[in-house]
Design a binder for this molecule. Structure first.
Ligand SMILES: C[S@@+](CC[C@H](N)C(=O)[O-])C[C@H]1O[C@@H](n2cnc3c(N)ncnc32)[C@H](O)[C@@H]1O
Length: 122
């Protein structure tokens, strides 16, 4: 029942983004980490795809948030957008490791949270 209004797609990222882009869309983007492109199979995602993804993101009508590892190459490729640094914890396996991560958006996420707080206070 929870998935009653959910569409599950099996598309390359660029086709999925094109299909759902629009002013009323929010896209959460969770691509492979930089330097981990091969983790999901050969030929599926390469370093060049980060530039292709950035160019698609630049033309979106949708709001987006992308989470990705904090490395200089990502900061350079996506430097045209807002970049917030956060700390997250990898919990796969036995270790609990705090690592820096980036949230890349085309809107101000802090402003959005502030307005939610106003709403919740009412
Ligand atoms: C960091 S993982 C995201 C994990 C996912 N959020 C989860 O919690 O399971 C990156 C995802 O991108 C997918 N992916 C890799 N290359 C892709 C491509 N060219 N088009 C669409 N998805 C792709 C991988 O299959 C993987 O699920």
């Amino acid at each position: 029942m929870r998935l009653a209004r959910t569409n599950i797609e099996n598309l390359p990222y660029f086709a999925c983004m094109a299909k759902y882009d629009g002013a009323d869309t929010f896209m959460y983007l969770d691509p492979p980490y930089f330097d981990c492109e091969g983790d999901y199979g050969a030929g599926i995602f390469s370093k060049e795809d980060f530039v292709r993804l950035r160019d698609i993101m630049s033309g979106l009508k949708a709001k987006f948030m992308m989470s990705i590892n904090d490395v200089p190459q990502i900061r350079e490729i996506f430097g045209c957008f807002r970049i917030e640094e956060v700390t997250t914890t990898y919990s796969v396996g036995d270790t609990q490791k705090a690592v820096p991560e980036l949230l890349i958006t085309n809107y101000d996420p802090v402003e959005k949270v502030a307005s939610w707080a106003d709403y919740l206070d009412e």
